[in-house]
Design a protein. Structure first.
Lengths: 268, 325
């Protein structure tokens, strides 16, 4: 039924039923090719960190997974289904917005700039999607939201507005907001890059906690220490393709490719 | 003098200095400027009180007369209706401007270009004289010769309809641009965050983007309402008895031109003051929880409401530098 991956899609080869499968994805902005045949898989429960210099296409790759960016060629599968597309008979059709929204609701996403809703309180931010998308009852949504806020250490900030929180607190609220939809997968787009150095730790701690709970995560990051410690897989991207991938100790600890080596030498 | 206590322990020759004891710089320019303005103001007040041509008694007699109050009501009604229609149309045109559909995009661009480019008074006259251009107005299904409604243009376009059309179409073109700018000012990340949570475009627009755009657009909308209040006086060219036309009607009989113009002036000022106060209230409400993008509150609509501009002593405190209270 699904097309067979032609290059490198099964290079990890361990999982039989990956949660995400990215197959030969290509993407251009104008004349500039930002993704040039990227393929990888992430198994359920795994933490996959994507590292690489800026402009290497890692953020674009992440945004292709939940179709914030459409892809020009290749395929992205989530839970075995094409993302944003539907196979009918032999032909692929673009999904209706309703179906894409449903698919996206199963994937959480964290942004570098948090993107909390500034006109809503912390609690309202967290319950917005459960109420609007899942049509949950308000009391249940509030109860769950309070639990989640407690989990990220912000139970006391429920009634505060995002503008009155520190960057680290805002990002933790954003995590709670994503978790409220009970996603199967969390995508992180450089979640600590906009934070003051002393605030990075509190966000990484929550992420580590999530990883330990078995959440499947794809993390675009510059935090090598986090990647080394939490990642089951590390992918090094450069120039729109995957240069090297494998376990954290292999890619970060003992890189084989010269581009990986020179990148790691620069960020360390 | 308590020289001893103010001396530094280590340096016995130098008295210990403290910035707070410094004599402030004299600012004679301030006093001169204030004096000139106060003198001019006093002259104005003197003229207003003593000039017999102003005929304050007549002003008093007509301020609450039936004809003036009826005109006032008409002005209020026109302002409200023209703003309402203008905003509804404006939202539609703004969404067309933002649409990915090139036809909608171009048509809305042309609409804004057209109605923003014509003086409202020309439009009023044009709509009023529509009968010379089109004899009958027909509402039906085009190309199928089905007629639902038909009326002679002269009976359909009353002075009131012409006024409403002219004013609201002009307003809609301005409102469309304000609303478009407001929507575009909300960061793209907001829509992306909402999408990634599984909200659909319409939900995200309604729940996330528009409330934030509204906060941005409220001040210019009130600004436009105040403009509209004044623009309604143009309808006197159509002999529509609004506030100004009612005053004109009276002084054309009694020749008390100045006092009746004063009556109109007073009412226009009262109404625009009320609108300003309402604007301030609404803005304060919409600001709830917001420190503003740059962490400062926006400048209040009325000076001195939240802050004190200190003239007589100490450093000048500009409204911008006052923290959120």
């Amino acid at each position: 039924m699904t097309p067979v991956a032609t290059n490198g899609a099964s290079q990890f080869g361990t999982s039989t039923d990956p949660l995400i499968r990215v197959d030969s994805v290509e993407k251009s902005f104008g004349t500039q090719k930002v993704l040039d045949g990227v393929s990888f898989e992430v198994a359920s429960g795994d933490v996959c960190c994507i590292i690489g210099p800026s402009g290497s296409g890692k953020t674009t790759m992440l945004r292709c997974i939940n179709r914030l960016e459409t892809i020009d060629a290749g395929m992205v599968y989530f839970e075995g289904e094409p993302v944003g597309l539907r196979l009918r008979g032999e032909k692929l059709f673009e999904m209706k917005p309703r179906d894409l929204a449903e698919q996206r609701s199963r994937m959480g996403m964290l942004f570098q700039s948090f993107n909390l809703f500034p006109h809503k309180t912390v609690l309202e931010n967290v319950i917005e999607a459960p109420l609007q998308v899942k049509k949950q009852h308000r009391e249940q949504a509030v109860a769950e939201a309070k639990q989640l806020l407690d989990r990220v250490g912000l139970a006391t900030k429920a009634d505060a507005y995002p503008d009155n929180l520190s960057g680290g607190q805002q990002q933790r609220v954003a995590i709670a907001r994503s978790l409220a939809m009970r996603p199967r997968l969390m995508l992180f787009d450089e979640p600590t890059s906009a934070l003051d150095p002393e605030l990075v730790g509190e966000v990484l701690a929550v992420m580590r906690d999530l990883a330990n709970d078995g959440m499947t995560m794809v993390v675009v990051t510059h935090e090598m220490a986090f990647a080394r410690e939490a990642a089951d897989r590390v992918i090094f991207m450069d120039g729109g393709s995957i240069v090297e991938s494998g376990s954290a100790s292999d890619v970060i600890g003992d890189p084989q490719e010269t581009r990986t080596k020179s990148f790691l030498a620069r960020v360390r | 003098m308590t020289i001893d206590s103010s001396r530094s322990v280590t340096d016995s020759d130098q008295p210990r200095l403290n910035a707070k004891d410094a004599v402030p710089l004299r600012k004679p320019g301030r006093w001169v400027g204030a004096a000139i303005v106060l003198i001019l103001l006093a002259m104005l007040v003197h003229m207003l009180v003593t000039n017999p041509n102003l005929q304050w008694r007549v002003v008093g007699n007509y301020l609450f007369s039936k004809i003036i109050l009826t005109g006032l009501l008409r002005t209020l009604e026109l302002t409200a209706m023209a703003m309402l229609l203008g905003l509804v149309l404006g939202i539609i045109i703004a969404l067309m401007r933002l649409s990915a559909n090139p036809i909608l995009n171009w048509v809305s661009w042309g609409y804004i270009w057209f109605f923003r480019g014509i003086p409202p008074i020309v439009q009023l006259l044009f709509w009023y004289n529509l009968a010379s251009l089109v004899e009958r107005l027909t509402l039906g299904v085009p190309f199928f010769h089905v007629t639902l409604l038909s009326a002679s243009t002269n009976s359909a376009i009353s002075p009131y309809t012409a006024a409403l059309l002219g004013l609201s179409l002009t307003e809609s073109a301005y409102a469309a641009e304000m609303i478009r700018a407001g929507i575009q000012a909300v960061s793209r990340g907001q829509l992306e965050a909402a999408s990634s949570l599984g909200m659909r475009r319409g939900q995200a627009m309604r729940r996330i983007v528009l409330p934030q755009a509204l906060r941005i657009v409220i001040p210019p909308i009130f600004n436009d309402s105040i403009s509209m209040l004044k623009f309604t006086s143009l309808v006197s060219v159509l002999a529509l008895p609004d506030l100004l036309y009612s005053a004109e009607e009276v002084y054309s009989r009694t020749y008390q031109t100045i006092p009746l113009l004063l009556v109109a002036t007073i009412w226009y000022l009262v109404l625009s003051t009320i609108l300003t106060v309402v604007e301030h209230r609404v803005e304060a409400r919409l600001r709830r929880g917001h420190a503003g993008r740059d962490g400062r509150p926006g400048r209040p609509a009325m000076p001195g409401y939240r802050s004190r501009w200190r003239f007589w002593n100490g450093p000048t405190v500009e409204p911008e530098s006052v923290g959120l209270s």
